[in-house]
Design a protein around this ligand. Structure first.
Ligand SMILES: [Zn+2]
Length: 369
């Protein structure tokens, strides 16, 4: 239902849009529980009472002004440009520059500050942070399409907080105005493009490094999805294996007094891409048996990863009597696109379309606007 409304909204807004520069407007939550903010706009703006839509004040360009909880007469105000389009406005909020305008919502005792930003501008401040701007252009383009799809699919995720998406890792990290020519080019060259599966926007999960094979989403979060299946990497990846060592004493202590001292670890040997009873189709650890002097416990790979801050669940475990040694590959949950993989494929001449088709099985690229 929500998706239908979203699509209708997009077409409704498109009909009013200036051709070529319009993109859906996103409300990005920046701050909550603040008493006041200092703002400065790059072009003449108006302050609007959001409930009625009427202009309550004109704001000149380049002058600092304060919006304070104690002095605000309305439940919500919006600051929008008077003459230029929202794309071209920049608003400085407590010294940090953002694309677009701003909304201040009055809560019980404080303000919530929200950035009103066209999605194409928002993406510049997301991709710069989520992937190194020095990566090849085709990798940045793949990341941009993934980030755009995520934002549109998750628009309204924070509706109860008064905005669409937050600016942290919970949604996507957004840093406001970022000045990287490579990222600007990636955004402009993929303008309006998203990934769909059977005409629906997809979940575009990504991670740092697959370590040789990505993971089936069902093996990480429990629900299988046809476009998030394990895929083997085709090019030789440049990532090195990682090692984490834990003393037997520290290791045992993490499993409580009832466990005793670790005696033996039962886990089949890792071959990337080879499943086993205790490993998923990519070879990631499903579970391991830890034999202690007092009892034996079975623990999932995800729990081991969390407990010992391991980079991934694609690992081997060994015990030499003194130390537990984890040796593994990759970084992150392994679901969807690998950023290191995207970089290496782009470096070997793949287009962003080909990279996305590799990681999001059966998905299609669609230009929404
Ligand atoms: Zn969020």
């Amino acid at each position: 239902m929500f998706k239908k409304i979203l699509v209708l909204m997009i077409f409704f807004l498109m009909s009013r849009a200036e051709a070529g520069t319009w993109s859906p407007e996103l409300r990005v939550g920046l701050m909550s529980d603040v008493k006041q903010v200092t703002l400065e706009v790059s072009a003449p703006c108006v302050m609007i009472n959001a409930a009625k839509g009427n202009v309550v004040k004109k704001i000149p360009a380049g002058e600092k002004f304060i919006v304070a909880f104690n002095e605000l007469k309305f439940n919500a105000i919006e600051i929008r440009p008077e003459k230029i389009s929202l794309n071209d406005l920049r608003t400085t909020i407590d010294g940090k520059e953002y694309y677009g305008g701003v909304t201040a919502n009055k809560e019980k005792n404080s303000l919530t500050i929200i950035n009103l930003v066209p999605i194409e501008e928002y993406l510049r401040g997301v991709v710069s942070k989520e992937m190194s701007p020095s990566y090849p252009l085709e990798a940045l383009k793949a990341q941009t399409v993934a980030a755009r799809s995520f934002a549109l699919k998750n628009r309204g995720r924070h509706v109860k907080d008064g905005y669409d998406v937050c600016a942290s890792t919970h949604c996507q990290v957004y840093i406001g105005v970022a000045k990287f020519d490579s990222v600007d080019k990636a955004v402009d060259e993929t303008r309006g493009e998203v990934l769909v599966y059977k005409e629906k926007l997809i979940d575009t999960n990504f991670h740092a490094d697959s370590g040789g094979m990505t993971e089936d989403v069902g093996d990480v979060w429990g629900t299988a999805t046809p476009y998030l299946v394990a895929v083997r990497e085709i090019v030789q990846l440049t990532a090195q294996p990682w090692t984490v060592k834990v003393t037997a004493k520290d290791f045992s202590s993490r499993f409580g007094e009832n466990f005793g001292d670790v005696k033996e670890i039962k886990l089949s040997k890792l071959t990337v891409g080879k499943p086993a009873n205790d490993r998923t189709s990519s070879g990631r650890v499903k579970s391991a048996q830890l034999v202690g002097t007092k009892k034996t416990v079975t623990i999932t790979g995800n729990d081991l990863r969390r407990k010992f801050s391991l980079p991934s669940t694609l690992f081997d475990m060994s015990f030499d009597g003194n130390e537990i040694i984890f040796t593994g590959f990759g970084r992150g949950h392994g679901v969807g696109m690998s950023q290191v993989g995207a970089r290496d494929y782009a470096g070997s001449g793949w287009s962003y379309e080909k990279i996305l088709a590799h990681y999001y099985n059966g998905s299609k690229l669609k230009k929404l606007y």
